[in-house]
Design a binder for this molecule. Structure first.
Ligand code: ACO
Length: 313
């Protein structure tokens, strides 16, 4: 689910020029592969996008909201300090009683969320889960920093996960390395009724780039090994949509032809925890991904966090 306002690179460049910040469509496309992103209206929250994505997922799965007993919302841009965006989504879906919580793993949030939901279903703690990635990153962008504000967008995606005799999720692998907290962060917080520190996104792009390329390959190799599968078994690679160069680099390392790479970063920008479910949704609804295909989902983001989920769709 993308908010309706689509902002092209040229439009963003013109807006930034008004602030004395210079950028261009050529620079953004060449360095990132991004052509456009969507920005939510000022009164639209992560829970609004999440609830709409959840309704679409429920409809696609042929399920009602009252059949869900677990709601996980992966987000770094929650509506409030508390309660969780997941509780607000539950309210917007008009149901009550299910477990509902937010999961904070920045751009790895959706693969973290899928892994938690999968584990809870396997253990019997839940029977049917809504896993949602939802972000309004436009709220935390510094529009005076051309190195970051051109990269991100808003959106939400969701899936319904339930127990089945047929796999399903084949293997998962999650990691974090807190030594890299500073390379991608929003360091501000709320204290004593004030915002303390800077509440806008900071990123060391080159450090993120180098780390991302390495960990995405190792997480992919780990889930393939756990599932007893091989590179050639992957029908579709759906990595976190941050930068086309990182994504193509990962595909090459896995010896996958670029036709097997699902790309939405060109039209969505980086939507953090929403990027993988949005890419999955786009590829399923366009008819590219079909029942029985093997999918490799890969997340990487602030923390530093990363992980992969291998599944038969
Ligand atoms: N327009 C024009 N010029 C720019 C812009 C811009 N929007 N942004 C930076 N520049 C300039 C810089 O000022 C610099 O100029 P200088 O050489 O005169 O100092 C020059 O471009 C090169 O800057 P670099 O930062 O070295 O550019 P780089 O090639 O590393 O590309 C980028 C930057 C695109 C951010 C890249 O490092 C990258 O993609 N990193 C990974 C980022 C990422 O994936 N983040 C998200 C992952 S996790 C998550 O999703 C939360």
């Amino acid at each position: 689910m993308l908010p309706p306002r689509r902002v092209t690179n040229a439009e963003l460049a013109a807006e930034l020029a008004g602030r004395g910040i210079e950028t261009s469509d050529e620079w953004i496309v060449a360095r990132t592969g991004i052509h456009a992103r969507h920005f939510a209206a000022p009164d639209v929250c992560a829970s609004d996008l999440a609830a709409q994505a959840a309704r679409h997922a429920l409809e696609a799965a042929g399920r009602r909201a009252d059949e869900i007993d677990l709601i996980i919302v992966a987000t770094s841009t929650p509506d409030m300090v508390f309660p969780s965006t997941a509780c607000i989504v539950q309210q917007k879906l008009g149901v009550q009683g299910s477990a509902a919580f937010d999961l904070q793993a920045v751009c790895s949030g959706f693969v973290y969320g899928l892994t938690v939901a999968d584990s809870m279903i396997r253990s019997g703690a839940a029977t049917r889960a809504l896993v949602i990635g939802a972000e309004v990153f436009s709220r935390i962008l510094d529009f005076n920093d051309r190195g970051t504000c051109v990269l991100f967008g808003d959106g939400a995606g969701a899936v319904v996960l339930e127990a089945s005799e047929v796999p399903g999720i084949l293997a998962t692998d999650l990691h974090a390395d807190g030594r890299h907290v500073d390379i991608l962060c929003v360091p501000g917080t709320v204290s004593g009724g004030k915002v303390i520190g800077d509440p806008l996104l900071k990123m060391d792009g080159q450090a993120v780039f180098k780390l991302a390329v390495g960990v995405l390959e190792s997480a992919a190799r780990t889930v393939l090994a756990k599932a007893g599968r091989h590179d050639a078994d992957i029908d579709w690679l759906i990595p976190h949509q941050a930068n086309i160069r990182i994504m193509q680099g990962t595909a090459r390392k896995l010896k996958l032809p670029l036709e097997k790479l699902v790309v939405t970063v060109d039209e969505h920008g980086n939507t953090s925890a929403a990027s993988i479910p949005l890419a999955l949704d786009t590829a399923v609804r366009s008819g590219r991904i079909r029942a029985g295909d093997t999918l490799m989902l890969e997340g990487v983001g602030g923390g530093f966090t990363w992980g992969a989920v291998l599944l038969d769709f």
